[in-house]
Each structure stands twice: as structure tokens, then as C-alpha cells.
Design a protein around this ligand. Structure first.
Ligand code: SF4
Length: 364
């Protein structure tokens, strides 16, 4: 823990900054039955049949909506059970629908995500990670070796590409590049796993890593990882065998500090809390509201399931603090009518945390 988090002038009775931002990692929760499958295949269908459920609900992320109807039919035919689709796409295993929101279904099938071990799922849940078999380790290692990367690399991968980590590690070792995998905290199901709100698998490698390699597609994880670690982040698309140059971390941080600057004079803060089981930091929101009031600011807590920018229109707040999914403030701030801060950024705006070093909002 950095000294910057030990505030000597913490108001009496207020939780310390460290306790608010880095609560001890909650233990693994024993959900009713939570099982993990690599893909949609006979073992999944057999497990669902054995579960003897009355009715199933299927939830998929936006990118897999197209395949969802086929999968629903497959499950229906293979198990003889009714299947309803959750129309709200899920962003992560953090926002599974509540048991009373799925039309009497007594089990859930979630596509494209791993379970989050410290989230309590209310129903038996089958996670289908959709592991990819694509990517040739030898060719990918050649691309990395030709890219001029440092020779001590930490690796982080989206769950779809985790099976590639071990063969790529071997292929890179043959070229004199050491790739290391770190274990994360209780929010991660797998070592080396990337979660948009938690890169503790990378952070656990400490100073050993000279740079990080993200294995997967898109910019979502490279951007998050770049904010979470203070070393260069390269991204390797394993299917296209394309290596992206390091993310402009300094530019990202400049943008976030500008957002903080816009909130420096804010008097009234709206503090957003999610009701989703895996995004609910209501304790943190209460602590932040208390700190704001003790600094002479007004703070109101606003509760929502999925946050919609239209719900904030016409409200008399000068700025918002988001305690739900950390990526709402980082990726979607432009959709909101007022500055949207993460909890560490809010503490910067209150003058309770220094502007440097920048602190990524890790959801533990
Ligand atoms: S909180 Fe956000 S980043 Fe984290 S798992 Fe949920 S959707 Fe993903």
C-alpha cells in the first residue's frame, strides 16, 4: 500500500482511504452450483440434463447475440427443458439477472464469461467460457520476437484465449523471451485472466515485468491494463497474428486528470451504486458520501441496475462518482452530462489523494 493512502487527517469516524479503495479481498463464495465449461458441447448439455431444472434462462454478451438463438434451440432439444433468453446482454459475470427477473427459470446459462469467484450467484449457473483453439504459438512467438519487446514480459489474456498462454510461453522461451503468468485476487477465476475491472494477475508480477503482453482482441483490455500498470502494454491478436504498439498511457492519464480538474469546484456529487450482485459497492459509496460531506460538499447516492445516461438528465449534480462497473467512468464518460469520476479520482478531486501516481479503480 502506498504512503499516499495513509491520510493523517482522515476525519474522525471516517473509514481510511486504504480501507475504502482496497478492502480486503472477499473470500470465494459458495454459490448454489456454479459450473464452468470450455464450450457448448456434450459435457455442458449432459450437465444441464442431470441438473433436472424446470426451466433455463440463457444470457449472452452483445458480441454473441447472433449465436444465442441457435444455442437456445440446441439446449431445448438436448434437454427437453424450456429455455428463455435474457434480452439484456451481459457485460460480465458481474451482472447476472436476479432470480425473480427470469420468468420462473431455476438455472442460468451464461455464455462468454468465467464465474467471478467472490460473487454469489443466486441460481445454479453454467458458465460457458467459449475457449478459442485459434492462434499458432510458433508464428505468434515470431511476431513478438520481431516486435522489439523487452525480454521479461507479463501476460494477461481474455478468457477465450487463456489456453494459448502455456504454448506461447514455451514458444517464446525458445526465442529467449520469458513470459510470466500472475495469479490475481478473488475476483479472478484463472491466473493470467484479464477482467476489465481487475488486472491483479498482471499487478501481482510486481517489478519483475518490464512490459505486458495482452493476448486477445479489441482495445478494451489493453486500455484498462495500461491504466492499471505503469509499464508498456502491447496487444497481440492471436487470430490475426497482429501486434499493436504500446498504448499511450500518458495520454490516457492526461484525459482522466482533465476529468478530475473539471470536478474540482463541484459542490454537489451524485454517487452511483449498482444493484447487480457483482457490481454493488454500496459500502464504498456510503464511505465516499461521508468523506464528501465532511469536506463541506453535498453527496447523494443514486441506485440503479444498468445505468442509463438518460436517467441522470435534469438532475442538479455538478459531477458523478461511479462505484458500479469501473469502466463506465473510464470508457463511457462522454455519454454523461457531467464529469464522471472513478472513486480514486473523486478522492483526488477532494484533495485526499495526490494526482500522481494515477490509480486505476480496481474492483476487488
Ligand atoms: S464490473 Fe465491469 S469490467 Fe468488471 S466484470 Fe463487470 S462488466 Fe466487466
Amino acid at each position: 500500500m502506498g504512503d499516499s493512502l495513509r491520510s493523517s487527517d482522515d476525519p474522525p469516524g471516517a473509514s481510511s482511504i486504504a480501507a475504502i479503495l482496497d478492502p480486503s479481498s472477499p473470500p470465494v463464495v459458495r454459490s448454489p452450483i456454479s459450473r464452468v465449461f470450455p464450450d457448448v458441447g456434450p459435457p455442458l448439455l449432459e450437465a444441464i440434463r442431470e441438473g433436472r431444472h424446470r426451466k433455463l434462462a440463457l444470457q449472452v454478451p452483445a458480441g454473441l447475440v447472433r449465436n444465442a438463438h441457435e444455442l437456445a434451440s440446441e439446449i431445448r432439444e438436448a434437454t427437453g427443458r424450456p429455455v428463455v433468453m435474457v434480452s439484456r446482454a451481459c457485460f460480465g459475470a458481474c451482472d447476472a439477472p436476479a432470480a425473480d427477473k427470469i420468468a420462473g427459470a431455476d438455472a442460468l446459462v451464461v455464455l462468454g464469461h468465467s464465474p467471478i469467484p467472490n460473487v454469489a450467484y443466486p441460481l445454479p449457473t453454467y458458465f460457458v467460457e467459449m475457449r478459442s483453439t485459434g492462434g499458432d504459438p510458433a508464428s505468434l512467438a515470431a511476431t513478438v520476437a520481431g516486435g522489439g519487446l523487452p525480454h521479461r514480459l507479463g501476460v494477461v489474456a481474455s478468457v477465450q484465449h487463456l489456453d494459448l498462454v502455456e504454448p506461447l510461453t514455451k514458444a517464446l522461451a525458445a526465442r529467449g523471451i520469458e513470459l510470466r503468468t500472475g495469479a490475481g485476487d478473488h475476483r479472478l477465476a484463472h491466473a493470467a485472466q484479464a477482467l476489465g475491472c481487475n488486472y491483479t494477475s498482471a499487478q501481482s508480477l510486481g517489478a519483475w515485468a518490464e512490459a505486458f503482453l495482452f493476448l486477445g482482441t479489441g482495445r478494451f483490455h489493453p486500455l484498462g491494463l495500461a491504466l492499471a500498470v505503469d509499464r508498456p502494454v502491447w496487444a497481440l491478436d492471436p487470430l490475426r497474428n497482429e501486434l499493436e504498439p504500446p498504448v499511450d498511457r500518458a495520454g490516457l492519464i492526461r484525459g482522466r486528470l482533465l476529468m478530475v480538474a473539471r470536478a474540482l469546484d463541484a459542490r454537489r456529487f451524485g454517487i452511483l451504486v449498482s444493484t447487480f450482485e457483482g457490481q454493488n459497492r454500496s459500502g464504498m459509496a456510503a464511505s465516499l458520501a461521508e468523506r464528501a460531506r465532511r469536506r463541506g460538499r453535498e453527496a447523494e447516492i443514486l441506485v440503479a441496475g444498468r445505468l442509463d445516461p438518460r436517467d441522470l438528465e435534469g438532475r442538479q449534480f455538478d459531477a458523478y462518482v461511479n462505484t458500479a462497473c469501473p469502466r463506465i467512468a473510464l470508457d463511457d464518460a462522454a455519454s454523461y452530462p457531467r464529469p464522471m469520476l472513478t472513486p480514486p479520482e473523486f478522492l483526488m478531486a477532494l484533495g485526499e489523494l495526490p494526482m500522481e501516481p494515477y490509480r486505476f479503480d480496481t474492483y476487488h
